[in-house]
Design a binder for this molecule. Structure first.
Ligand code: PLP
Length: 367
């Protein structure tokens, strides 16, 4: 079996997601990339807020309206989906045909790569280099774009590095896409950790932009699966129709809870920001003590992607799990085995203790 057909076989699963669900658990879990999950009690919900069935054929209007108000977009541009995961699936499936070319960043969030293969895309890559602070280079994108490129895919903030791409760079990428009759899909699930009001989104940069996001990462509301796509109305409609082949109708109780959550979002955001700021200080203090690590340190967000100066991180990650009951994400899942991803959205004691243990494991692999 050659490499190309191997890829196609793998394209029916996500290696990273499987690892995250079955292997990432640890007493000191620094592998998760979002804020720790809220409980139902913290949401202030009453039974009167809930119902089993409702009018949500092509979107539950109160939820569509809440998202359209939040992002200051026309309601016809909003499509809801189960998490950013399914939003990405729906968006990509609506925007490309099998054998279309898509351009995806490296390093990438692996499920995006697997999804592109699953949809039969011809996947080309552009680099975000550690040496360049994981920045996007429009010049490199221009060199890699071809006549068959239909889609450019970016995460903002970037997963795994947590680096922000500014609007000027995105605009340049948008112009390149327009010249080629392509679109730009921006996964903004981490961008909400800027906690800006109104929230920032590339959707406003031009109609070639399609964005996806959810309440998962920034607000600790992963279980609601409240995801969405913002796209111009004609594409949004195409996505709703395509969704009739996938989920058809969403879980209505989830839609109702999402409306409740959106009303309480500013308080949830405030607490999330306080936690991230304090945890970032803890992580930065730890990094100051390590001359065996190199790292870009974004001033916001919930993830960093350090590189060990020597070797790869496979042994480190195994030792950390087995002996120190601590998990981080091996860089091999992002095609960069000299790195590992550390998440700082969990509770502060877990992070502090996990980092102590990471320090011990780093000392041990160096011996
Ligand atoms: C870039 C990116 N997109 C999407 C997701 C999945 O988000 P959700 O839980 O909203 O499906 C993740 C989760 O790690 C992610 O890192």
């Amino acid at each position: 079996m050659n490499a190309a057909s191997d890829k196609k076989r793998e394209a029916r699963a996500s290696e990273y997601m499987h690892w995250a669900k079955t292997r990432s658990h640890a007493r000191f879990n620094l592998a998760t990339s979002g804020l720790a999950n809220l409980t139902l009690r913290e949401l202030q919900v009453s039974l009167d807020n809930l119902e089993i069935t409702g009018e949500s054929g092509y979107g539950y209007q109160p939820l569509i309206q809440a998202l359209s108000d939040r992002y200051q977009v026309d309601a016809a541009c909003v499509v809801t989906a189960a998490g950013t995961s399914f939003a990405n699936h729906l968006a990509m499936a609506a925007l490309i045909n099998p054998s279309d070319e898509i351009l995806l960043e490296t390093p990438a969030y692996e499920p995006l790569l697997a999804l592109a293969h699953y949809l039969g895309a011809e996947v080309k890559r552009f680099q975000r280099r550690f040496e360049d602070g994981f920045r996007i280079s429009p010049a490199e994108i221009e060199r890699t774009l071809g006549p068959r490129t239909r889609l450019i895919v970016i995460t903002n903030f970037h997963n795994p590095s947590g680096v922000l791409t500014d609007d000027d760079t995105l605009k340049e990428v948008g112009e390149l896409a327009t010249k080629r009759n392509a679109r730009v899909l921006v996964d903004e699930v981490y961008l909400q950790m800027l906690f800006a009001e109104p929230p920032r989104t590339a959707f406003h940069l031009g109609n070639q932009f399609v964005v996806t996001s959810s309440l998962t990462k920034a607000f600790g509301l992963s279980g609601l699966r409240c995801g969405w796509i913002l796209a111009e109305p004609e594409i949004a409609r195409r996505m709703w129709l395509l969704n009739d082949l996938f989920a058809a109708t969403p879980v209505h109780a989830g839609e109702r809870l999402s409306v409740v959550a959106l009303k309480q979002l500013s308080g949830i955001a405030e607490r999330a920001q306080t936690r991230l700021d304090s945890n970032r200080e803890t992580l930065n203090r730890f990094l100051d003590t390590r001359n065996d690590l190199e790292v870009i340190r974004p001033p916001f967000g919930s993830i960093m992607f350090p590189r060990v100066k020597q070797g790869t991180t496979e042994r480190l990650c195994n030792l950390l799990q087995e002996k120190y009951e601590t998990s981080v994400v091996p860089g091999s899942f992002f095609e960069m085995p000299a790195h590992f991803r550390v998440g700082l959205g969990g509770d502060s004691e877990t992070l502090a203790e996990g980092l102590d243990r990471l320090g011990e494991a780093l000392d041990e692999v160096r011996l």
